[in-house]
Ligand binder design. Structure first.
Ligand SMILES: NC(=O)c1ccc[n+]([C@@H]2O[C@H](COP(=O)([O-])OP(=O)(O)OC[C@H]3O[C@@H](n4cnc5c(N)ncnc54)[C@H](O)[C@@H]3O)[C@@H](O)[C@H]2O)c1
Length: 347
């Protein structure tokens, strides 16, 4: 049986229906209220056709440009590879359509700044922002609780954040630079989110590579960040553990230490013997499913109320700061000590 969505639903166009884009299409079609997927496009037309066939009323167009211009698209979700995000996000801004762009905003700070400038010009003309950035961890319940605890001073003065980001596998060709711009970028945004502070320097420490590191790849690697308030953040990146997906955060304060991301699962006490424990998810989709859902639902609600960008969402400026910090981390891969982060002023 097919269902027809109400005419008032926000009509979303999805660019790129690979792993993440297909997941977002399913999410919008099945779980998000007030929206439907109207149009999809992908570099591979047959892939787009296959995904569109699973959504009643969804059609396929050949190019991102066509999708952005389409009259039956009110808002755009970009899930193409990061190297296309700059041009596709700017095209959405030029068309005055709200866009949820998957991370990263761009593959370097210069391109990210181009998006920030385009959005600032559009905002000056219309009074509203256009770009939400897919740092979905901001919508994770534990993330929000920890941020609130830090902001309320519940842990006292924070000295350290210890972050961990582990993947079971990465695709062949995943380089050190991609580990920084694709993986560590989430932690870079987490620093801004948890502490509300600017990262001023980055150091990278490279231990003996693990057994599954590709030729020339440094996996695991340890990144150290220093903020403008003198706090230190450690980030262990290990992207080929061959086990599962783990994202953990520990905040070390003068009054207490809080840890999130343990995912110990359900605890049951029972006459026949209690149990505890769950499973480590294979990848980010099950781990952050609630956060993705909350992110997209908040985006749709913001479009519906005319504000376009949800209060909790990362913005193009957050994407620029992350890219500027990743640039310093990239340089730190081959430099001694801390490399300074340089960021341009906000337009
Ligand atoms: N927020 C998160 O946790 C998270 C997780 C995974 C991926 N991502 C991001 O989502 C984006 C997509 O990643 P993915 O893992 O789905 O990659 P993917 O390779 O599985 O999918 C990308 C899709 O885009 C298509 N494509 C390529 N060039 C295109 C173009 N110019 N226009 C339209 N489509 C094009 C490809 O054919 C492919 O189907 C990346 O930016 C990635 O960093 C975010």
């Amino acid at each position: 049986m097919t269902t027809t969505a109400p005419a008032s639903d926000i009509r979303v166009g999805v660019i790129g229906v690979g792993q993440m884009g297909a997941d977002h299409v399913t999410r919008i079609a099945r779980r998000i209220k007030g929206a439907r997927v109207a149009v999809v496009t992908d570099y591979f037309r047959d892939k787009a056709e296959e995904i569109a066939a699973s959504v009643p009323g969804c059609r396929v167009v050949d190019t991102p440009e066509e999708l952005i211009a389409a009259e039956d698209v009110d808002a755009v979700l970009i899930a193409s590879p990061g190297s296309f995000h700059r041009d596709q996000a700017v095209a959405c801004i030029d068309a005055r359509k709200p866009v949820l762009c998957e991370k990263p905003l761009a593959m370097n700070p210069e391109d990210a700044y181009t998006v920030v400038e385009a959005e600032a010009a559009a905002r000056a003309a219309t009074g509203v922002p256009y770009v939400s950035l897919g740092f979905m961890r901001r919508f994770d319940r534990e993330y929000a609780e920890l941020r609130d605890a830090i902001a309320a001073g519940a842990l006292g003065e924070i000295s350290l954040l210890n972050l961990k980001h582990r993947n079971a596998h990465t695709l062949p060709g995943f380089t050190d630079t991609m580990m920084v711009y694709d993986s560590a970028v989430h932690e870079v945004d987490a620093i801004h989110y948890f502490l509300g502070e600017q990262v001023t320097g980055v150091q990278v420490i490279l231990p003996v590579p693990g057994p599954r590191a590709a030729e020339g790849q440094h996996d695991p690697m340890l990144l150290l960040f220093r903020t403008d308030a003198g706090r230190i953040v450690t980030d262990e990146l290990y992207v080929n553990t061959a086990s599962g997906y783990e994202v953990r955060t520990e905040a070390v304060g003068s009054a207490g230490i809080a840890t999130i991301g343990l995912e110990h699962g359900r605890v049951t006490t029972h006459q026949e013997g209690g149990t505890w424990g769950g499973a480590i998810p294979a990848d980010f989709r099950p781990r952050f499913v609630d956060a993705y859902d909350a992110e997209v639902q908040a985006w749709i609600a913001a479009i519906a109320d005319g504000s376009n960008v949800a209060e909790r969402s990362a913005t193009s400026w957050d994407g620029y700061l992350a890219a500027a910090t990743c640039r310093a981390a990239e340089q730190a891969l081959t430099a001694e000590g801390f490399v300074a982060v340089t960021a341009r002023p906000r337009p």
